[in-house]
Design a protein. Structure first.
Length: 209
């Protein structure tokens, strides 16, 4: 049976066979039976390379962080994860500089640390009851790379089209949605502003077809 460590755009952990392109970390959230017992142990939700410096840690090993997996970076951002400062140093630096610039005026500290950014992302991704926090916006106002919810499905806005999300990739949405339609946005607002500034997430190849 697959472990419950595949992340969907709502930030929920599912047990499916698909793995994905990126590794995720929220701390040690599994027990000795490799069962998920918490949604997070840290506000630093990060996205890592699946391989780094030859490190080979068994999945859900005792006293080790719980390895999570994403189909692509757009999914990781929608769930509220940001690039790791160690194994993805260049991407992290690019992200941090662009995030700060695109969110000026929205945050009190003009020179936020990554701890400040993690606190803001945490407040944007979950409510106090741990349910996914979303916001409403018209489709036509959203940048490429944003993931929305419509009729219970997650849809990626990419190349001016909507693509239905799955753990294995995307299919182009069959329904044509009005640009003025208000939808629930799964990608956190500060990340949406980041994408609007020109920062583009990596997406599964199926969205480029």
């Amino acid at each position: 049976m697959p472990l419950q460590n595949r992340v969907d755009p709502w930030g929920q952990l599912q047990a499916v066979n698909s793995r994905g392109a990126w590794l995720g970390n929220r701390g040690i959230i599994h027990n000795e039976k490799k069962q998920i017992v918490a949604q997070w142990r840290s506000k630093a939700w990060i996205t890592c390379q699946t391989q780094f410096k030859g490190r080979l840690n068994p999945v859900f090993a005792p006293n080790s962080y719980s390895q999570l997996f994403f189909v692509d970076e757009a999914t990781a951002f929608a769930a509220g994860h940001r690039p790791c400062a160690e194994c993805r140093r260049d991407r992290y630096k690019e992200f941090k500089a662009a995030w700060v610039q695109s969110n000026r005026g929205q945050i009190e500290n003009e020179n936020p640390t990554v701890i400040d950014i993690d606190k803001i992302l945490h407040s944007e991704r979950v409510f106090e009851d741990k349910k996914k926090r979303t916001f409403e916006a018209q489709i036509g106002t959203l940048p490429q790379g944003t993931i929305i919810e419509h009729e219970g499905k997650a849809l990626l806005l990419w190349q001016e089209k909507l693509h239905e999300w799955s753990f294995d990739g995307y299919s182009q949405s069959q329904s044509s949605l009005s640009q003025s339609l208000s939808v629930e946005v799964l990608t956190p607002p500060s990340i949406v502003r980041l994408f609007a500034s020109g920062f583009a997430p990596q997406v599964h190849v199926s969205a480029n077809g």
